[in-house]
Design a protein around this ligand. Structure first.
Ligand code: MG
Ligand code: MG
Length: 267
């Protein structure tokens, strides 16, 4: 049976702080993404930024299914790496790459979780479209995340949009409830049927995170036991926001586009 924790407005305020710190961290990292930078440098910047704001990087030491701790603060997934890429001084960004950076923070007992796929310099049109459509599908999914709708409405909106461009949807990983734990019920798949699944209620906090491939959706695990890659080695895109379900319209908690959040945060 699923355990879904509805959040009070006080708890949502804490969720917002943790998530806006993730958004700010991603915005800070965005300034440093250029050819020649290593993913380990990005990880150092993220760790300092997160700790300077009084939070803990949740991903650090988070165990994989083999019980091995994740060695870094952010997941850096380049090109054909879909998710869970490990920062390394050997991974240098090159012109034309795309890199998804997934980041999590724990602040005042609540979790933030968000991911953004960045371009390194000029990226070819085919891959830029993949990024644009994946991001659009995230917002279409979020539009469905209103009280009274179902989890399947979110998945359907994402799947329908991405498949209309011929893209494929990774199924091994999903979005999730989030709160005091980084992963709570319910799972939020990026595919589904309208009206199916758990009914959404006001106060549910969920992470919506389409992982979309330019080619085939089949993925494999690298020997590092973390990095998930497309088997055809075509690129993937991953965008994620943590949101709170409300009546009428969901609220995005992890936005870093809206800079007025900076003032509201009072960091
Ligand atoms: Mg994430
Ligand atoms: Mg997540």
């Amino acid at each position: 049976e699923m355990k879904i924790f509805l959040k009070t407005e006080d708890e949502i305020n804490l969720m917002r702080k943790a998530n806006q710190l993730v958004g700010l961290t991603l915005a800070e990292l965005g300034k440093h993404i250029k050819p020649g930078v290593t993913t380990l440098q990005l990880d150092r910047i993220a760790e300092e930024f997160i700790r300077d704001h009084g939070a803990t990087p949740t991903f650090k030491n988070f165990p994989n299914p083999f019980g091995e701790p994740f060695p870094a603060c952010i997941c850096t997934s380049i090109n054909d790496v879909v998710v869970h890429g490990i920062p390394s001084d050997k991974d240098v960004l090159h012109e034309g790459d795309v890199i998804s950076i997934d980041c999590g923070t724990l602040l005042d007992g609540f979790n933030g979780d968000s991911c953004y796929t960045f371009c390194v310099g000029e990226v070819n049109e085919e891959v830029k479209q993949l990024l644009r459509v994946t991001k659009e599908s995230l917002y279409l999914g979020i539009e469905q995340a209103v009280a009274g709708n179902h989890v399947g409405d979110i998945g359907y909106a994402i799947q329908n949009h991405c498949q209309s461009y011929g893209y494929d949807i990774v199924r091994e990983f999903t979005g999730h409830g989030i709160g005091k734990a980084m992963h709570e019920d319910p799972p939020i798949p990026n595919f589904g049927t309208k009206g199916n699944g758990v009914m959404l209620k006001a106060g549910m906090c969920i992470a919506v995170e389409p992982m979309i491939t330019l080619g085939d959706r089949k993925v494999g695990l690298l020997p590092d036991k973390w990095s998930v890659v497309t088997r055809d080695h075509k690129p993937a895109a991953h965008f994620e926001h943590t949101i709170v379900v409300r009546k009428g319209k969901a609220e995005i908690l992890s936005s870093f586009v809206e800079v007025e959040h900076l003032e509201r945060l009072n960091f």
